[in-house]
Design a protein around this ligand. Structure first.
Ligand code: ZLS
Ligand code: CA
Ligand code: ZN
Length: 371
């Protein structure tokens, strides 16, 4: 683990009450489960814990269309039923259901990420955490892939007020399409996403999608196959991110720490262990550049809670016992009750040749940028 830093942690206890629906894989409750592990380890005593104020409609329209934000702010399950035409304009309702409080939920997520950016801008913290953030698919004009408001784009826009260059890094198993698209033609934001590619949502993030105009070579896509393990992930993650940091020299980093890239995820198809996932977070911390860590995907909720709690300890530089402390969710964590998500024996479809070719292609393009 690298050296201790000043850490701020944004958390709103209401977040765990929002519900996408019984059958839906996205469970905001996992954020409360992570929080309870964090406090049971006493990690809340080692950082500044704050409840973020909710993002206003006005703040949301810094990225999103006025009409969409206005519509979302008034949207209720009842309204969705009486006016399906209007609804279909903005939302694919199977992935993005109109649940009770959908707008408030989004404003908690976005409020935390915007507050995180302000805290970094004012030099009040080295690292800021918002596990309710990371909703990377939301578009300017509509919801997509469980995401309604793009808290990440809003946070980056806030950071750009004080920082000439901002790095966005996304280790969710899905492509960070909403964020990439928002900054596709600028050289002030570099967007790097590692994701499953090939017959997988959202379908974007090809190796050769590199940005346009001034943004050329400032979008970096690492398309992976099923079953990537800790060793092969680290083998491309570390050299790519070292090069990115050297060439781009960002003033701030926003890292989306989606945990659907863990082994055994309900939607994902990678084979990372909790320690392999957290090693990426620790590696980024080691550069000593101000950083915001956000949540995102993660659908096997006991493993999401374990991993975000562990990553909080890694960011604090405070080792914790691998025996889970008692929490009200203790029964979720059997039969082992340990702070661990192991890899499985699934096949790794990413051959050394495949990964080698990706590394060569990306190195060549990164060599072209620089200041
Ligand atoms: O990155 O694959 C799709 C789109 C479909 C297939 C699924 N049907 C329902 C709609 C059409 C093509 N959607 C993905 C979205 C993944 C979003 C990831 C978000 C993030 O992790 C950041 C937070 C998808 N994968 C799995 C599902 N949707 C899905 C699985 C099961 C269900 C239940 C509830 C709803 C309908 C049945 C649903 C969606
Ligand atoms: Ca990703
Ligand atoms: Zn995801």
């Amino acid at each position: 683990m690298t050296l201790a830093k000043r850490v701020t942690y944004y958390y709103d206890d209401e977040v765990g009450n929002y519900n996408y629906g019984y059958n839906h894989p996205m469970k905001p409750y996992r954020i409360r489960m992570a929080h309870n592990i964090i406090t049971s380890y006493g990690l809340d005593k080692k950082m500044t814990v704050m409840r973020p104020s909710r993002a206003t409609a006005h703040q949301m329209t810094r990225f999103h269309c006025d009409d969409y934000v206005k519509y979302l702010s008034r949207l209720t399950p009842e309204l969705a039923e009486v006016d399906p035409m209007q609804l279909n304009r903005y939302i694919c309702t199977e992935d993005c259901p109109v649940f009770d409080g959908v707008y408030e939920f989004s404003s908690i997520s976005a409020g935390g990420s915007i507050a995180a950016a302000k805290r970094i801008n004012h030099g009040e913290s080295d690292i800021v955490i918002n596990w309710a953030g990371g909703l990377h698919h939301a578009k300017k004009e509509g919801a997509s892939g469980f995401c309604y408001i793009n808290d990440i784009v809003l946070a980056i826009l806030e950071l750009l007020r004080y920082h000439q260059r901002v790095l966005y890094l996304d280790i969710d198993v899905h492509h960070g399409d909403g964020v990439e698209e928002a900054f596709y033609s600028t050289d002030r934001v570099m967007s790097v996403s590692f994701h499953k590619f090939g017959d997988f949502f959202p379908g974007t993030g090809h190796l050769n999608d590199i940005g346009v105009g001034k943004g050329k070579n400032h979008a970096v896509n690492i398309p992976l196959r099923d079953g990537v393990d800790d060793e092969s992930y680290r083998g491309i993650f570390e050299p790519i991110m070292k090069m990115v940091m050297e060439r781009f020299q960002p003033g701030a980093v926003v890292m989306q720490c989606g945990t659907d890239s863990l082994s055994g995820d309900r939607i994902g198809c990678f084979n990372l262990s909790m320690r392999g996932h957290a090693a990426c977070v620790d590696f980024m911390k080691s550069f000593g550049v101000p950083m915001i860590c956000l949540g995102g995907g993660g659908y096997t909720i006991r493993n999401v809670a374990r991993t975000w709690a562990y990553e909080t300890s890694v960011l604090l530089g405070e080792p914790v016992s691998s025996v889970l402390p008692y929490t009200e969710h203790y029964d979720f964590f059997g039969p082992d009750f340990s702070l661990d998500v192991p890899s499985s024996n699934m096949e790794n479809h990413n051959t050394p040749e495949y990964l080698g070719k990706i590394l060569v292609a990306i190195s060549e393009r990164l060599r072209e940028i620089g200041h």
